[in-house]
Design a protein around this ligand. Structure first.
Ligand code: NDP
Length: 418
């Protein structure tokens, strides 16, 4: 985990930069030359230009300033130690401010947005260095200056603690949450600007913008805006409510997200893929359908939880299972597991929607190379793994009540299949 994923971010860049997007040719060269010589010849320079590092530092500090000053608060979910924390959920405002400012700077020729794509090699190394540095700082903070000691998790293995994190909610003072900030701000807001930059790069290279990159931009922008419109919901998802802050999230949001989630735009900036209109319409429809499913499933759970089941789902009073669980402070709490709507059909139908969006984003790039499809492989692995992870923790939280729920809703992603 500490070596393969960072190398994967580098390998994708090498494949695009030197092998015209062909993994096969890249792998052949690596095999023939040997790993170290291959890296020495094709790898990115390990010391990125100072302007690139400086530019990235300004970007992170700017996002930190927006996170600190803009209004917007909401309560998260009860932590295992019984803490109910407040979060600054001002991401939508931060996104709007960033887009207005970036467009203004680009339009008045103060900062060229195309610079992101032009300096991708240096940024790739900077993202990785930042993600790794953040992992180390998070590990040290968890030991020497924890925010909520009772919510720390020690596995007994230092490597595992570095990988999956110790602190659940590392913070500066009471409310400045490291995890919400890093997951959302430099990474996800950055995603919009990175896509915009590679779209500009495509236009500069080919003299036009293809329908394929427009579809990718639309689907990813929709996903991102949705994330920030529903940022308060995000504080009740696994990332925030369950995952501790280690390499997985720190390096993941710092380096993996900006490099791997933007692969389609990177690829299309170098490949002139123009889809036939019918194919483009189909791909867009699958993506939008996936989004509608993803949103509807998440809404149903949020509604049922918010109203404690006193609501309507698909026009009817929902069925649900009342469950109890105990936090580590010994307090008993009540929760509900929905058995109606999408949640009565499959236990993770939101992941199914997410996968449909991901496959549509990849399909927009055509079948010329496997590289842009890497995203589909990543999302499938992440979400299938997440099904197991989530169910393991639900089992630990609800005990046999969870087994009873699973017996009533036996399917995970697609009813009748899995
Ligand atoms: P969910 O939003 O599905 O949350 C899972 C939690 O919901 C469980 O731990 C449990 O928590 C509760 N729950 C489980 N079953 C029920 C039920 N029947 N009724 C009510 N509550 C239930 O999952 P995630 O947090 O993983 O994902 C949130 C979204 O983010 C998803 O739509 C996913 O697709 C997306 N995502 C996107 C990623 C990306 O990189 N693009 C990566 C990961 C996720 P509790 O303890 O509260 O009972």
């Amino acid at each position: 985990m500490f070596t393969v994923p960072p190398f994967a971010t580098v390998a994708c860049w090498i494949t695009l930069e030197h092998f015209d997007g062909s993994f096969l040719n890249m792998a052949r060269a690596m095999y023939e030359m040997g790993f170290l010589q291959f890296l020495a010849q094709f790898g990115p320079s390990p010391s990125p230009p100072l302007q690139v590092v400086g530019g990235y530092a300004v970007w992170v500090l700017f996002q930190a300033a927006l996170y600190t000053i803009l209004p917007g608060k909401s309560k998260g979910q009860l932590t295992p130690a019984g803490n109910l924390l407040e979060y600054w959920t001002n991401g939508l405002l931060a996104l709007v401010c960033t887009i207005i400012l970036a467009s203004g700077l680009h339009f008045y020729k103060v900062v060229d947005l195309g610079l992101v794509a032009e300096n991708w090699e240096g940024l790739l190394v900077t993202f990785n260095m930042y993600g790794l540095a953040l992992t180390v700082v998070a590990f040290l903070k968890a030991h020497y200056a924890p925010s909520h000691s009772a919510d720390r998790k020690f596995s007994g293995s230092m490597m595992y603690d570095i990988l999956m994190g110790i602190e659940l909610n590392p913070r500066f003072s009471t409310n400045w949450d490291w995890k919400l900030f890093h997951n959302g701000r430099p990474g996800i807001i950055g995603w919009v600007l990175i896509n915009a930059s590679f779209t500009i790069a495509q236009y500069r290279r080919f003299g036009h913008v293809t329908n394929s990159i427009i579809i990718v931009d639309i689907l990813q922008a929709l996903y991102i805006v949705d994330f920030f419109v529903n940022e308060s919901w995000y504080t009740r998802t696994i990332d925030i409510a369950l995952d501790h802050f280690g390499f997985y999230l720190a390096w993941g949001s710092g380096a993996f997200l900006p490099t791997m989630y933007t692969l389609q735009a990177q690829y299309l900036s170098r490949h002139d893929v123009q889809l036939p209109s019918a194919v483009a319409a189909l791909v867009l429809a699958v993506g939008l359908g996936g989004y509608a499913l993803f949103r509807s499933v998440n809404e149903q759970k949020d509604l049922a939880r918010r109203t404690k089941g006193d609501c309507k789902i698909w026009g009817k009073k929902p069925n649900f299972k009342r469950c109890t669980f105990t936090t580590t402070d010994g307090q008993k709490h009540e929760s509900l597991l929905l058995l109606s709507g999408w949640w009565g059909l499959a236990r993770h139908a939101n992941y199914t929607g997410d996968l449909l969006i991901s496959y549509a984003m990849c399909a927009a790039c055509g079948m010329g190379n496997f590289l842009p499809w890497t995203y589909a492989v990543i999302m499938t692995s992440v979400l299938v793994h997440r099904c197991y992870r989530d169910e393991q923790s639900c089992r630990a939280k609800y005990g046999t009540q969870w087994d009873e729920y699973c017996a009533q809703v036996p399917w995970r992603l697609v009813p009748g299949v899995w």
